[in-house]
Ligand binder design. Sequence first.
Ligand SMILES: NC(=O)c1ccc[n+]([C@@H]2O[C@H](COP(=O)([O-])OP(=O)(O)OC[C@H]3O[C@@H](n4cnc5c(N)ncnc54)[C@H](O)[C@@H]3O)[C@@H](O)[C@H]2O)c1
Length: 382
Amino acid sequence: MKEIRFGIIGCGLMGREFASAAARWLHLSGMRARPRIVAVCDTAPALMDWFTANLGPMQTSTDYRDLLANPDVEAIYCAVPHVLHAALYPAILAAGKHLLGEKPFGMDAAQNAAIMAAIAARPDLLVRCSSEMPFYPGAQKVIGFARSGAIGPILEVEACFLHSSDINPDKPINWKRMANVNGDYGCMGDLGMHVLHVPLRLGWRPSRVSASLVKRVTSRPDGKGGTLPCDTWDNATITAHVPHPLGDFPMVLKTWRIAPGEANTWSLRILGMTGSASFSTKSPRQWQFMTYTPGGSQTWQTEDLGYTPLFPAITGGIFEFGFTDAIQQMWAAFVDELAGGDARGFPCATPQEAADHHAVLTAALTAGTQNRTADVICRGMP
Ligand SMILES: NC(=O)c1ccc[n+]([C@@H]2O[C@H](COP(=O)([O-])OP(=O)(O)OC[C@H]3O[C@@H](n4cnc5c(N)ncnc54)[C@H](O)[C@@H]3O)[C@@H](O)[C@H]2O)c1
């Protein structure tokens, strides 16, 4: 099997997830290629020890430019704080490396535009944005249902990503709660790509939005006995107007860091005149759907899907699918494209989708802070 040599920049939470997915590549069946991690970089040297302890000797460096200078590295996974995306992603592309970059692809629209210009300058490279939740089988079912035309005129779409750990005011602050590192979008920059990936993939581009932004925890322990300002938005509820040939419809997007009781709930619900469908990671093996004909019964059905991923795997179909599987499926899609495949019809989020999500978040920030409706200005590739 073809091997694609990867470097990882950022060995934190997400860097480790990729290493784990790559290490159990034998889980997948019939792949065109497999990733091999040959280099890692983090400014915290101790974090790289986990990689070498588990994967064996490889290039390690606290300076990402060392990885970019390594001719053995063909592709990079970059999972660093948002403030660094606009510096690192263009440098990665200028060095001729393919890129799976973490969302949000720059911490604001201007930084995203710089990244988009760098992507346009290297059409020979594959660039994708991380977003793994749509790879759950239930999410794929909802997507397939929508693509089949079963929904008819749409009444409403709701997409949510809900976390709850920030409800604890004693949780120490990290960079994700600091606007100068995470960005002014706050929770929307953290979670916006997750909720917008599928709507944008299905061609549902908002034209205008209003937004309710919530700030509840204004300072947090710094982990050293003091406190620091916590200046990012905790929760955002965006109500978008989506133009559509069958009738414009509202789309509600919730990106909440403080959703009581929710650990990591991603959900998507589409309501239509002839068909409706929904999936939530709260019930990861099930999806719900309803088809309707005039005068007929209105009956929601629930189907247990078991382990039925986009990319076939060794796990029996009766078993369950989880977060680490979704991560691996996303990586399978990226590696498949790198090896010349079509990602089985569902590629990872594209740079254009990342740019379009910035357009929505920028408008939502304007709408929420100025208490008005704001137009969404989408830009194509430069
Ligand atoms: N797809 C998802 O589900 C998901 C989940 C969480 C985070 N993310 C995204 O992943 C990215 C990283 O988030 P995380 O949760 O892994 O954060 P993290 O803080 O756990 O890891 C980031 C790492 O980057 C390192 N770093 C900082 N500056 C660096 C530099 N100049 N060079 C090399 N390394 C540097 C840090 O030391 C840290 O280890 C963000 O863009 C975030 O939005 C995605």
